[in-house]
Design a protein around this ligand. Structure first.
Ligand SMILES: [Zn+2]
Ligand SMILES: [Zn+2]
Length: 327
């Protein structure tokens, strides 16, 4: 197999040849057909997340077909198309797992971070955390659903029944969520980097009723906002944009420091919360919903060997929607 491997933080991924990994008990091996590139991959490469298991192959929006089954795998078959998300394993016994919050597990494994991911031609995954994808839809189009889509979905659920919904950072997650939110009858207010006319136009095409710079105040107070941009300075702005009792959801795994803010921005029962990881139920719920919504992902394809270029383009906002690596 070939893979793009991170050997040290803040360095480029390196092209690597390895023996095909062998699936252990309860594991499957996939031939990767597409793997999305997520901002979390950038945080891993940039050394912004603690305890990465180096060397590691990044990538946690994996679509592929099963080509080997380890002992004891039930319910999946050779040749089946599956998706492998960020949540790679949970312990099943800690208080969070026992309490229905496996996203907060004390002893988890995360794909492309603490176990090898999908910037590769093959990957081994715990079968219980892989989602059957059926045969409808294109592999490249499906890949961004596996993180941008389903962690975005968890954030949308966390935002509550907000009719007026603000989205800060109009990248891979927001471009999917805007479609879901519009389908649900919500009004989407999209905030982009100042002067980013292309992203504003993209948001309007996907149903946003208002677009503006993240420094702007929306024309009416919002019921909730979700922050996809990893920029702590947006938190006070997002709090200022929501009504009394409104909620601000931070959806990223990493964010620059949040500046100090006057208490009046939080006063009146405004809430500031974060979303961490996903549960398998989030994945099942979202992957069932996406075809009903008719979510169309906008993707830019890169060859697997060009993973560094894809990450760089993501860092600089050089494409709309999501980047997907194709081996
Ligand atoms: Zn656990
Ligand atoms: Zn991700």
């Amino acid at each position: 197999m070939q893979a793009m491997e991170l050997r040290a933080p803040r360095s480029a991924l390196r092209w690597t040849e390895r023996a095909d990994p062998v699936p252990g008990p309860g594991e499957i091996r996939l031939r990767v057909t597409a793997c999305g590139v997520c901002r979390t991959d950038l945080h891993v490469v940039d050394g912004e997340l603690p305890d990465a298991q180096l060397p590691v192959v990044p990538g946690h929006e994996i679509v592929g077909r099963i080509d080997a089954l380890g002992p004891g795998v039930d319910g999946l078959r050779l040749g089946e198309r599956v998706g492998v998300p960020w949540l790679g394993h949970t312990c099943g016994t800690c208080p969070y797992c026992a309490g229905g919050q496996e996203n907060l597990c004390d002893r988890p494994l995360f794909t492309g971070y603490t176990r090898d991911g999908g910037f590769a031609t093959a990957v081994v995954a715990d079968a219980r955390y892989a989602f059957p994808l059926g045969d409808q839809g294109d592999d490249v189009a499906l890949a961004p659903l596996l993180c941008a889509g389903l962690i975005g979905w968890r954030a949308l659920v966390m935002a509550g029944p907000a009719r007026r919904l603000g989205l800060y950072g109009f990248g891979a997650a927001a471009h999917i969520l805007a479609q879901v939110a519009a389908w649900q009858g919500r009004s989407v207010y999209a905030f982009t980097r100042p002067g980013d006319e292309a992203s504003m136009a993209f948001a309007r095409r996907l149903g946003a009723v208002w677009t503006g710079s993240s420094e702007e105040v929306p024309p009416e107070p919002l019921d909730a906002t979700i922050l996809f941009a990893p920029v702590g300075a947006l938190v006070p702005l997002a709090l200022a944009a929501v009504r009394k009792g409104g909620r601000v959801v931070c959806a990223g795994i990493h964010m620059s420091d949040i500046p100090s803010l006057p208490y009046r921005l939080l006063w009146h029962e405004r809430q500031l919360v974060s979303v961490a990881n996903l549960t398998r139920q989030d994945g099942l719920d979202f992957l069932a919903l996406a075809p009903r919504v008719g979510v169309v992902t906008h993707t830019t394809r890169y060859a697997l060997r060009d993973a560094n270029r894809a990450l760089d383009d993501l860092r600089h906002g050089r494409f709309d929607g999501a980047a997907v690596l194709v081996p």
